[in-house]
Design a protein around this ligand. Structure first.
Ligand code: G4P
Length: 526
């Protein structure tokens, strides 16, 4: 990566984003096509090939090998149109985990991929909600227009209603399914043909033969009406509400046919925000400030179980990170040497000489760094961006060898610090409960406890299914509640009180009875 002239120009060039979608909507296919534009990979298919490649790195990575999925949230950096794009991968399938959520705290915008036949699906909605916490601007890509789809108006309506997000279609599909022939740019009357994606053709309007002529005769009249309705009745794209996260520009296309991807990446280059200021406990940190700051949003255990190395993924928030510099780890006040920060290129790594706001670097360490940690050049300041999300699955740990109880506690503590699982220690002294967002996390924990710590475990159902952190603005309320509900209370890794409920009904019951207490499903670190 060539060294930009100044932090200002480096920051202005950067676009740090993620793709959010439900499994099978086409995220991998779209990622491949985006990387192709950036020249980061030579052949489409490489993302998947890497995903499936046999891992020789360690035994616990067998899970990855067996299931052909990636446990690693990787960062892909590529350049296109004078911009540096950092695409943060959010695991999609069973490997869905808290990492997926946390990664979204490190991006400045997101592309929401929707399957045109399915519309908004459960996972998309959840990920969108996490984006909304920070009002992250969203660009929508309605994919698979080359297959049978739902009515475009229906799809837009669904986005507006289920996500409370205004939509502004930028282009409109010319035909659908078998008859999908391209798109019309609604504001500029430009036609992009499916069979000639490179340059759009200017047309006089939708009824120009170069546009309407792409459709079979019997579809033309209805399509003209549809476009008129879209042009007159739907919102136009505006930058301000998009930047505030209230309006999404919508593109129709087909990732498989590499169609509409150019419009999407051009839009990201043109309107997606460059790295924005980050809220810290004391002040807002501007990306162009000279002092280097950053926060850790993910920890990846090293693949070599003999070394227990970890890589901490840090988003740089300001200044210039230089290889070899000393930074301060704010939580402990101790210095940490950035001797070998790494950049990620698809899943290959290279040593980073310098990085700017919006970049993500991997910092190898032996357990010094934790999720949520802030690094600075000396300033006492902590970013408050990386939250914990209430787990969706709770399990009790069953240990067959009671002699290993102490070792298990230590191992669980380490795994929880790494963010593999959340750990809840019941106040009544009963066995630890682990919480996860995706079931694969349970498999990873079990496998790693066995391989790395020599502790075989099993899981058993917990009588609890819901965990909520409890807070109150009124002094003493939390303590009172904890005392009254000892058998349903636990402490998390930081010692914060957590209420455990068997069901949504049980939670609601307590919520109604304790209006002074907030039961939250998101907790901010530090
Ligand atoms: P994901 O990462 O979001 O889970 O989705 P992925 O890209 O793997 O795509 C899921 C399936 O949808 C794949 O088919 C892929 O080829 C297909 N697909 C993606 N985009 C489009 C599109 O624009 N049009 C059509 N018609 N299909 C699309 P598969 O059969 O499950 O996998 P594969 O064997 O083809 O790789």
């Amino acid at each position: 990566m060539s060294a930009p002239a100044s932090p200002e120009s480096a920051v202005a060039k950067r676009r740090t984003f993620a793709i959010i979608s439900h499994p099978d909507a086409g995220k991998t296919t779209l990622t491949e096509k985006l990387l192709l534009f950036g020249g980061a990979i030579q052949l489409a298919g490489e993302v998947k090939a890497k995903r499936n490649r046999v891992s020789t790195r360690s035994d616990w990575m067998n899970i990855e090998k067996e299931r052909g999925i990636s446990v690693v949230t990787s960062v892909m950096t590529f350049e296109y149109g004078g911009r540096v794009f950092n695409l943060l991968d959010t695991p999609g399938h069973e490997d869905f985990s808290e990492d997926t959520y946390r990664t979204l705290t490190a991006v400045d915008s997101a592309v929401m991929v929707i399957d045109a036949a399915r519309g908004i699906e459960a996972r998309t909605r959840k990920l969108f909600e996490v984006c909304r916490l920070r009002d992250i601007p969203i660009v929508t890509f309605i994919n698979k227009m080359d297959r049978e789809t739902r009515d475009p108006f229906d799809l837009l309506d669904e986005i507006e209603k289920t996500l409370a997000l205004d939509t502004a279609p930028v282009n409109w599909p010319i035909g659908r399914g078998q008859h999908f022939a391209g798109t019309l740019d609604l504001a500029n009357n430009l036609v992009r043909r499916l069979d000639a994606d490179a340059e759009p053709t200017p047309v006089s309007g939708p009824d120009d033969p170069a546009c309407i002529g792409l459709l079979p005769e019997h579809e033309r009249e209805a399509w003209l009406e549809e476009v008129m309705l879209a042009q007159e009745g739907l919102k136009r794209f505006e930058e301000a509400p998009f930047r505030e996260g209230h309006l999404t520009p919508v593109f129709f296309g087909s990732a498989l046919k590499n169609f509409g991807v150019r419009d999407l990446i051009d839009a990201l280059a043109a309107v997606a925000p460059s790295p924005r200021g980050q809220e810290a406990d004391k002040r807002l940190v501007a990306p162009t400030e000279p002092g280097m700051t950053g926060f850790v949003f993910k920890i990846q255990a090293n693949m070599d179980p003999n070394h227990r190395d970890r890589i901490a993924f840090m988003r740089v928030c300001s200044g210039r990170l230089q290889r070899g510099m000393k930074a301060k780890l704010v939580r402990t006040g101790k210095p940490i040497s950035l001797t070998a920060p790494q950049f990620f290129f698809a899943q290959d790594r290279s040593i980073a000489d310098e990085a700017y706001a919006g970049d993500v670097v991997g910092i190898p360490n032996h357990g010094t760094l934790r999720i949520g940690d802030t690094l600075t050049e000396g300033e006492q300041l902590a970013f408050n961006g990386v939250p914990s999300f209430a787990p969706e699955i709770l399990r009790r740990i069953k240990l067959s060898d009671p002699m290993k109880a102490k070792k298990l506690r230590e191992a669980l503590q380490q795994m929880a610090e790494e963010g593999v699982v959340q750990l809840f220690l019941p106040n009544d002294g009963s066995p630890a409960i682990v919480g996860v967002v995706g079931a694969l996390q349970l498999d990873v924990l079990k496998e790693r406890l066995k391989i790395e710590y020599g502790i075989p475990i099993d899981y058993e159902q917990s009588r609890f299914n819901i965990a909520r952190w409890i807070m109150s603005d009124e002094r003493g309320e939390v303590d009172k509640f904890v005392d009254k509900n000892t058998s349903a209370m636990a402490r998390d890794l930081d010692g914060a009180p957590v209420f455990l409920a068997p069901s949504a009904y049980g939670l609601k019951y307590e919520e109604d009875r304790h209006p002074a207490i907030r039961f939250t499903d998101i907790k901010t670190y530090q």
